[in-house]
Design a protein around this ligand. Structure first.
Ligand SMILES: Cc1cc2nc3c(=O)[nH]c(=O)nc-3n(C[C@H](O)[C@H](O)[C@H](O)COP(=O)(O)OP(=O)(O)OC[C@H]3O[C@@H](n4cnc5c(N)ncnc54)[C@H](O)[C@@H]3O)c2cc1C
Length: 449
């Protein structure tokens, strides 16, 4: 395995909206940045969302230009499908050992034409569409993926050679192996984001086995213009739902799941989706079962009031159990809190669990960064400099530090970039060694370890 080494001012880990923003802010100031993303494309969760609250702007229209700006910035070295394996302190900098996973496709040759994808006979659940439709074993991850390069799932490949025959530029390479890469960075920004609470976490809500009980991210895909069915249809039978219910706090403020905190975005994304559903399915009844509605941001309370005025039903209730009838219609057992705790069973066509946020990554073993009680990265001085961690030169941004919306993730990414820039400036002697000196990918050979 060949080893390459790259010297940069800052390493950004995670290519969601926070990581992209921190990279761009540092790169625009002349710092040289390596952005490492473990998935085959950057974009994070935001690229899969339909529209953003409270403006209802198209998510893809905001995210795609940022992804492109990252890929084309002369001061950013982008590494996708790459994981950080070890980190060593190195006299004022960090030596970061990464492994680029094999795509079995020569990215220098691949043009993203998708001929391999059309030829491949294997269908697998598509993670970008939250498993609601299929992709091929070899595929470009999604239509606006950056980079537009195919990736092969070798574990499910039949080695039939159809992709190899179809590829017009001979880019398929079954002999590829993992590629080692060493990055020397003087500062690190952790932007490793969040995962949602698993849909199967609660046995009372069907443990993920009820096909018409989906989660918030699945509904985002149903509502997106590039969604799996190009319309809102329920997964079990493709029927257009006439009655849709949201169950709030289905993964937050729940001691039984070990998630005692509020995930902060679920009320707003449920209200947003309910409004979008009113447009997509004007005849449908939409109900939101909630314990408390929390609309903390600028313009958010008005957004909630608009949803009420549109006829979306808000019912203050605790959902105890979800089952289904013989036609797979979910039946929700609710305790209606405003009516002397009356218990009712209500039938819907589709139920959406407003799942919460969990940390996506534990940075302790590699980065020596402490985590807080909730599992997210702990700020060393939360009230003075939220992006600073207890580890010198290591900063954190976005939902790696706790549940937050896109606006706050972007603001915090800007703050992390500013803190990292100030840190680099303070350690100026070393900074001059790297800043303003671009080490191109072609030059890497010359600085091999
Ligand atoms: C259903 C739903 C709807 C939402 N709708 C809205 C909305 O309308 N408006 C709004 O403001 N917010 C919304 N949000 C919240 C929004 O998704 C987040 O605020 C935002 O995406 C956070 O961005 P991030 O960069 O912090 O994290 P992420 O988007 O999670 O990005 C983190 C990235 O880091 C990568 N990564 C993780 N670990 C590693 C590692 N070890 N090495 C390398 N890479 C790694 C991940 O692969 C990922 O690409 C919604 C959330 C949900 C669940």
């Amino acid at each position: 395995m060949a080893e390459e080494r790259l010297r940069v001012d800052a390493l950004v880990v995670g290519g969601g909206i926070a990581g992209m923003q921190a990279s761009l802010d540092l790169a625009d100031q002349g710092y040289h940045v390596a952005l490492v993303e473990r998935e085959p494309s950057i974009g994070g969760k935001m690229i899969a969302l339909s529209k953003v609250f409270p403006t209802l702007d198209c998510c893809s229209c905001i995210t795609t230009p940022k992804m492109s700006a990252v890929a084309h910035h002369e001061n950013i070295h982008l590494f996708t499908y790459t994981e950080v394996k070890t980190i060593e302190p190195n006299g004022g900098s960090y030596l970061v050992h990464c492994v680029e996973k094999p795509r079995y496709v020569d990215t220098g040759l691949c043009t993203g034409c998708r001929q391999c994808e059309y030829a491949c006979p294997i269908d697998l659940p598509d993670p970008f569409q939250m498993g609601l439709s299929a992709h091929r074993a070899i595929r470009v991850p999604f239509s606006t993926a950056v980079p537009q390069k195919a990736v092969l799932d070798i574990d499910h490949c039949l080695l039939c050679g159809k992709c190899e025959k179809a590829c017009p530029v001979d880019a398929i390479d079954f002999t590829q192996g993992p590629q080692d890469l060493v990055i020397e960075a003087r500062a690190i920004v952790l932007a490793t984001g969040y995962e949602t609470t698993p849909r199967d976490a609660k046995a009372e809500y069907g443990a993920g086995k009820l096909s018409n009980v989906i989660d918030g991210l699945m509904m985002e895909r149903l509502l997106a213009p590039t969604g799996p069915y190009l319309h809102v249809l329920r997964p079990s039978d493709g029927k257009e739902p006439d009655s849709i219910a949201y169950v709030q706090c289905a993964g937050s403020r729940d001691e039984t799941l070990g998630v005692s905190y509020c995930s902060r975005v679920c009320c707003m994304y449920a209200i947003k989706q309910a409004m979008l559903l009113s447009g997509a399915l004007p005849m449908a009844d939409i109900t939101i079962y909630y314990m408390d509605i929390r609309t903390f941001g600028k313009g958010y309370e008005q957004f909630y009031q608009n949803a009420r005025a549109m006829g979306i039903e808000f019912v203050k209730a605790k959902v105890g159990r979800i089952t289904e009838d013989e036609y797979r219609n979910p039946i929700v057992r609710v305790e209606i809190m405003e009516e002397a705790s009356r218990v009712e069973e209500r039938k819907h066509d589709l139920v959406v669990l407003s799942v919460g946020m969990l940390p996506a990554y534990d940075p302790r073993p590699l980065y020596g960064v402490p985590i807080a009680e909730d599992g997210f990265v702990e700020a060393a001085c939360p009230n003075i400099a939220p992006p600073m961690t207890a580890q010198p030169g290591v900063f954190a941004a976005g939902t790696a530090t706790g549940p937050m919306d896109i606006v706050d993730s972007i603001v915090m990414a800007g703050a992390a970039a500013a803190e990292a820039a100030a840190y680099l400036e303070r350690h100026d002697g070393e900074a001059k060694t790297y800043a303003g000196r671009s080490i191109s990918m072609g030059e890497k050979e010359a600085i091999h370890a």
